[in-house]
Design a protein around this ligand. Structure first.
Ligand code: ADP
Length: 262
């Protein structure tokens, strides 16, 4: 553990094989235990950036360090135990015949004994409140349930850094509310890519705006969400007041859970 820094990204560049240059010098530091929103317009490079956090993609130049360990081919296995990514589409994450097996898959690849694997699976299923569907196939579940199973697969790895790509997309309001509660309860360093600034306001201490492959703003949630011009420049929606309490008990211009008085 180095100086409390969980994620360190220095001058990261990435170009897809077809020549699309997407990351053009990303710099970012995330402290251990922080919850940070990554926002920005479509096509800005957010998902591409996330895929660098556990080495699904490796940058053309620059570096990413997790708890001080640089990500490269040699460290990939260790890094993937530290960083879990919950993909936008749970179907990219779930491929086993049952929910139990999906959740057990990661721990089974960590040379753990049967009991430890079983304990981890049950702890993850309980945390996500999906113990009752453990014998079902993910194909027979609702989208919201599949999202929860996808999160459980990462929780069972006991990842210290959790990365969520658009966790609230395609969820009905009640399922979204439950998911926000769940994410809030997880004890980890969290990065959340989202277009949903209400969710960012509820969950995140800091908001980082990525546009055109670089970080254009990195500041406290309230500072970012109250800057109407900045949000407009980056195709983001200005939200007029606190949604933690719907403006009922917070100050009219408070956006973050810290300022909310509820
Ligand atoms: P965001 O998550 O901010 O919407 P993405 O990281 O998904 O942005 O995409 C950034 C850019 O990279 C877009 O122009 C997209 O078309 C391009 N892109 C994404 N995946 C690939 C790929 N596999 N090959 C080539 N270009 C890609």
């Amino acid at each position: 553990m180095t100086n409390g820094t969980a994620v360190e990204v220095n001058d990261l560049h990435f170009t897809y094989p077809d020549g699309t240059s997407v990351l053009k010098g990303i710099n970012l530091n995330i402290k251990t235990g922080e919850t940070v929103a990554i926002v920005g317009p479509n096509g800005a490079g957010k998902s591409t950036f996330l895929l660098h956090l556990n080495g699904v993609l490796l940058g053309k130049s620059g570096e990413v360090k997790i708890f001080g360990m640089a990500i490269n081919k040699k460290t990939l296995k260790e890094i993937r135990q530290k960083v879990g990514i919950v993909f936008k589409n749970p179907d990219d994450q779930l491929f086993c015949p049952t929910v139990y097996e999906d959740v057990a898959f990661g721990p089974q690849n960590m040379n753990l004994n049967e009991k430890e694997i079983d304990d981890r699976v049950h702890a993850a299923l309980n945390a996500l409140d999906i113990e009752s569907i453990k014998n079902k196939s993910a194909h027979h579940l609702s989208f919201g349930q599949r999202k929860r199973v996808a999160i459980a697969t990462v929780l069972a790895m006991k990842s210290k850094v959790l990365v969520f790509d658009e966790p609230s997309s395609n969820l009905d309001p009640l399922t979204k509310r439950k998911l926000i509660k769940t994410i809030n309860s997880l004890d980890a360093t969290k990065l959340i890519v989202t277009q949903d600034l209400y969710m960012a306001a509820e969950l995140c201490d800091r908001v980082v705006i990525i546009n055109n492959g670089v970080v254009v703003k990195d500041a406290a949630t309230d500072d970012v969400l109250s800057d109407e011009a900045l949000l407009e420049e980056n195709n983001l929606e200005f939200i007029s007041r606190c949604r933690v309490c719907s403006g009922k008990s917070g100050t009219e211009n408070s956006f973050s859970k810290k300022q909310c008085r509820r």
